[in-house]
Design a protein around this ligand. Structure first.
Ligand code: T5A
Length: 234
């Protein structure tokens, strides 16, 4: 994979969050969106927060099926195809139209998750995933990817605590063994190392406030046209 150009000339921008289970992506996306919505001298900015798998009605139906584990017996290639089908719909119905009207799109997971989960941890060859990514994602690649890096033991403990509080069971991937999650962490770090122009690794073990500051600093440095006037605003 080649490194992506930053600040592609879009008025808005496409920002993705990646990382292992319970790394704090949802928490940080809500905080970043609030900061970005503060806008610039031109007034408040449109910020679209979304997630994968899902983000559009058809893709949410695929999400429910995949995370129930229904496709697991078919293997990682079948699962990658289902994530790709969800992504196709998400891109065409939400992400591309939002970017086209100048919004900032902040997405909880994107194609790096397929590379890490179905590729590095699941065993699918990188060439297969590159081909899939080329046809599904095409030119709509993220301007910035924030990789929340955390020891999987800590992330899984956070996710389990949250699941217990919500009385819900671990999903298809949370239920995988620890070595699967260790391969994921290594895979996300490798993606960041291979594409430093697009990716920033953030230490996700710090407090939510400290992580939020690091996220805002990365956005301000990489996509300065998106930074509100006061870069450390809450
Ligand atoms: N998947 C996805 C694939 O296999 N291939 C693909 O192509 C794609 C797109 C999606 C699953 O699908 C897989 C990956 C996933 O397994 P999901 O439900 O969306 O499933 O799960 P995740 O994306 O992993 O998200 P989680 O909801 O599990 O975790 P988050 O969003 O990273 O974490 P968050 O913010 O919910 O925080 C977890 C808990 O920790 C606390 C929060 O309050 C919360 O209780 N917390 C912190 N605690 C201490 N310190 C901090 N800094 C904290 N930040 C948050």
């Amino acid at each position: 994979m080649t490194d992506a150009p930053i600040a592609t000339g879009r008025a808005g921008g496409f920002i993705t969050f990646e990382g292992g289970e319970g790394a704090g992506k949802s928490t940080q996306i809500a905080r970043l969106a609030a900061w970005l919505r503060a806008g610039t001298e031109g007034g408040p900015r449109e910020v679209v927060t979304t997630r994968e798998p899902g983000g559009s009605p058809r893709a949410e139906r695929i999400r429910a099926a995949v995370l129930s584990g229904i496709a697991k017996p078919h293997g990682p290639f079948a699962e990658a195809l289902l994530f790709a089908a969800a992504r196709l719909d998400h891109l065409s119905t939400l992400i591309r139209p939002s970017l086209a009207r100048g919004a900032v799109v902040v997405c909880d997971r994107f194609s790096d998750s397929t590379r890490a989960y179905q590729g590095a941890a699941g065993g699918l060859e990188p060439e297969t995933l590159s081909a899939l990514e080329r046809v599904v994602v095409g030119p709509t690649r993220p301007d910035l990817t924030l990789i929340l890096d955390l020891a999987p033991e800590i992330g899984l403990a956070r996710a389990r605590q949250r699941d217990r509080a919500a009385a819900s069971a671990p999903d298809r991937f949370e239920a995988e063994a620890l070595d699967f999650h260790q391969r994921l962490r290594a895979a996300f770090r490798a993606i960041a190392e291979a594409e430093p122009g697009r990716c920033v690794v953030i230490d996700a073990q710090a407090t939510p406030d400290a992580v939020a500051r690091a996220v805002r600093a990365a956005v301000a440095a990489r996509l300065p046209h998106l930074a509100p006037g006061v870069s450390d605003a809450a």
